[in-house]
Design a protein around this ligand. Structure first.
Ligand code: ATP
Ligand code: MG
Length: 508
C-alpha cells in the first residue's frame, strides 16, 4: 500500500547475546500518530534508534515508502525524511534558537559564510506553516522546556523530516505544555507529516493516537485502535497483569518534627529569588507533597535543602540540628536521601556500572562497614538487593548504567535511595519515565517506608501522584508557600489546582 510510509520487517537487535528486539514487524501509515507503548526495557527506544539510524539491526529490514533502506548513521535516516526528538534535549544553551537550528545544517553564502538571513526566512516559513511560535533570537537557556521541545521538532522539520519520532515527549511537560504539543502534533499530521510517539501515559495514548503498538520483552504483543481499547486493557497487555493503582495504607503514627525549614530564601544563578521566605516542617513518618506549576521554586527549594544550592538566608534544621550549609555528602551521612529530577545529569554516572552507582554517595556514608575500603561483597549484595526488589533490568550489575533503558535507570536510582535506612527522603518526580506497573509498586514503597518511620518530602509534576501519596500538601506559587492542606478525603484535585494557579490562599 502506498500510504505506508514506514515498514519494519522481522527486525531483531542483539546486545551481546541479549535480544532487545525480536522479530518485530511494524507498519506506519502516512499522516497518522502511531503510539508505541510497553514496560520499561520492552525495547521501544531500541527500535526507534534503529529506525532513526543510531543503531543497526542485527536482522531484518526497514522500508521507507516501499523502498528498502540501510541506515549507517542518523544522517542516512535524515536523508530519507526520518527525524527523532530524544527525551534528553540536544540544544546548546548559550546559542540562540536560530543558531541551534542551523547547527549541522548550515546555510551558507557563496559556500563560505553562514547565511543567517536565509536560514531565518526558511525557518519562519516552517513555523508559520505548522503554527509554531518560537523566538529565533533568544538563547536556548532562556526558554522553558515546552518551547525547547518545539524547537527540537522544528529542527527535524527544517532538516526535511516527513516522519518524526518523539521519545517520551510529555514526560517533561506540564498539562498546558502537553496541550500545546498535542495541538502541534495535530497540525503536523493534518498537513501530511507522520508521528511515532513513545509514552507511558495511557490517557494521552487514548487522546492522540490513530494506531497503537504494544511491545513486551522485545516483541510486538498487540496492535490496537484507541476506539477499540481502553487504559486498563493497554496496561495489562504491557505488564501482563491487571494494574489497579490501588495502594494500601495502614494506620500510622506521625511523630515530632524531623525537618524544619525556617524563612528560607534561595536565589538562582542570576541572583533572582526563586524561593522567598519559605518555612515548612516534615514530621517523622509524614509524607509532605509540594504541588505547584513548573517553575514555582520547588526544585530550588529541595536543592537548597539537600545542599546543592546555598540559600541566601534562612535556616534548615534536621532533628533539631542546624544543617543549612552542610554538603550533600554530610547530609547523606546523617541519613538524608535524595532522588533528583534529572536522573542523567544529577542522579547517576552513565559510564559507571550499576554497582558503582548503587553505592555512590554511600560508600563514605552509612551501611558499608569500612569507610576507606569498599567492601566488594557488601556492595554486590546491596546492588543485587536493589536490582531484585526494584525489578531493575540489567544483564550484569557490572554493566554500565548507560546500557539500561531510561525507566530502569530511574528505578535503580529510586531503589538505591529507598534501600538505605534513611530517616528523611527528598524525592523529585520519583516515577518519571516509569511504566504503569512499576509506578504502582513505587507508590506502595513510598507509603511503606513512611509507615516504618521515614519522613518524605515529595515534589512531583503529577498532581495525581501528590494527591495519592501525601499526608499533607504544600502549595508553592511564585516562590512562596501559599497553601498548607491536610490531604483528607474531601480534598479534591480541583481545589489544589486553584491554589497552584495562585487563585486561593490559605488563611491559616
Ligand atoms: N547499548 C546497550 N547495551 C546493552 N543493552 C542495552 C543497550 N541498549 C539497550 N539495552 C537493553 O535493551 C533493553 C531494551 O531497552 P530500551 O531502551 O529499548 O527499553 P525501553 O522500552 O525504551 O524502556 P524505557 O521505557 O525504560 O525507556 C533493556 O533491557 C536494555 O538494558
Ligand atoms: Mg526508552
Amino acid at each position: 500500500m502506498d500510504d505506508i510510509i514506514l515498514e519494519v520487517k522481522h527486525i531483531s537487535k542483539y546486545f551481546g547475546t541479549f535480544a532487545a528486539n525480536k522479530n518485530i514487524d511494524l507498519k506506519v501509515k502516512k499522516g497518522t500518530v502511531h503510539s508505541i507503548i510497553g514496560e520499561n526495557g520492552a525495547g521501544k527506544s531500541t527500535l526507534m534508534n534503529m529506525i532513526s539510524g543510531i543503531y543497526q539491526p542485527s536482522q531484518g529490514e526497514i522500508y521507507v515508502k516501499g523502498e528498502k533502506v540501510v541506515f549507517r548513521n542518523p544522517n542516512d535516516a535524515t536523508k530519507r525524511g526520518i527525524g527523532m526528538v530524544h527525551q534528553e534535549f540536544m540544544l546548546f544553551p548559550e546559542l540562540t534558537i536560530l543558531e541551534n537550528l542551523m547547527m549541522g545544517f548550515e546555510t551558507t553564502k557563496s559556500g563560505r559564510f553562514l547565511d543567517k538571513k536565509k536560514a531565518a526566512a526558511d525557518i519562519e516559513e516552517i513555523t508559520k506553516k505548522y503554527n509554531f511560535s518560537i523566538p529565533l533570537n533568544q538563547k536556548a537557556e532562556e526558554l522553558p522546556v515546552s518551547l525547547l521541545q518545539q524547537v527540537e521538532i522544528v529542527k527535524v522539520l527544517y532538516k526535511g523530516a516527513e516522519l518524526i519520532i518523539l521519545d517520551e515527549p510529555t514526560a517533561v511537560l506540564t498539562p498546558q505544555g502537553i496541550e500545546g504539543l498535542f495541538a502541534a502534533i495535530r497540525n503536523l499530521t493534518k498537513l501530511g507529516k507522520t508521528i511515532i510517539m513513545i509514552t507511558h501515559k495511557l490517557k494521552e495514548v487514548m487522546e492522540i493516537s490513530d494506531y497503537i503498538t504494544v511491545l513486551k520483552d522485545g516483541e510486538v504483543t498487540g496492535n490496537l485502535l484507541p476506539q477499540e481499547t481502553n487504559e486498563e486493557e493497554m496496561a495489562s497487555l504491557m505488564v501482563g497483569r491487571k494494574v489497579l493503582f490501588n495502594t494500601t495504607k495502614q494506620e500510622k503514627q506521625i511523630g515530632g518534627p524531623i525537618l524544619e525549614v525556617k524563612k528560607l530564601t534561595v536565589a538562582d544563578s542570576d541572583g533572582v529569588d526563586r524561593v522567598k521566605n519559605v518555612s515548612l516542617t516534615v514530621k517523622k513518618g509524614e509524607i509532605v507533597g509540594i504541588a505547584g506549576v513548573a517553575g514555582s521554586g520547588q526544585s530550588e527549594l529541595v536543592e537548597a535543602i539537600f545542599g546543592l544550592r546555598r540559600p541566601k538566608s534562612g535556616d534548615i534544621y534536621y532533628k533539631n540540628e542546624l544543617i543549612t550549609n552542610k554538603t550533600p555528602r554530610e547530609k547523606r551521612q546523617v541519613k538524608i536521601g535524595y532522588v533528583p529530577q534529572d536522573r542523567l545529569a544529577t542522579g547517576c554516572c552513565v559510564n559507571g556500572s550499576l554497582m558503582e552507582n548503587c553505592i555512590m554517595g554511600y560508600h563514605v556514608a552509612h551501611k558499608f562497614s569500612n569507610p576507606r575500603l569498599i567492601n566488594k561483597k557488601e556492595a554486590r549484595d546491596f546492588t543485587e538487593d536493589v536490582e531484585k526488589q526494584f525489578q531493575v533490568k540489567i544483564q550484569d550489575i557490572s554493566d554500565a548504567m548507560g546500557t539500561m533503558s531510561g525507566g530502569n535507570i530511574q528505578k535503580a536510582i529510586v531503589g538505591r535511595e529507598f534501600m538505605q535506612d534513611n530517616n528523611l527522603l527528598i524525592i523529585e518526580d520519583p516515577t518519571r519515565g516509569i511504566d504503569v506497573g512499576a509506578i504502582e509498586f513505587i507508590w506502595q514503597k513510598i507509603i511503606d517506608i513512611s509507615e516504618q518511620g521515614c519522613s518524605i518530602l515529595l515534589v512531583s509534576h503529577e498532581l495525581g501522584e501528590i494527591m495519592e501519596l501525601s499526608d499533607r500538601i504544600l502549595i508553592m506559587y511564585n516562590g512562596e508557600i501559599t497553601g498548607n492542606l491536610l490531604n483528607t478525603a474531601d480534598l479534591d484535585e480541583k481545589t489544589v489546582g486553584l491554589y497552584m494557579l495562585g487563585g486561593k490562599k490559605d488563611e491559616a
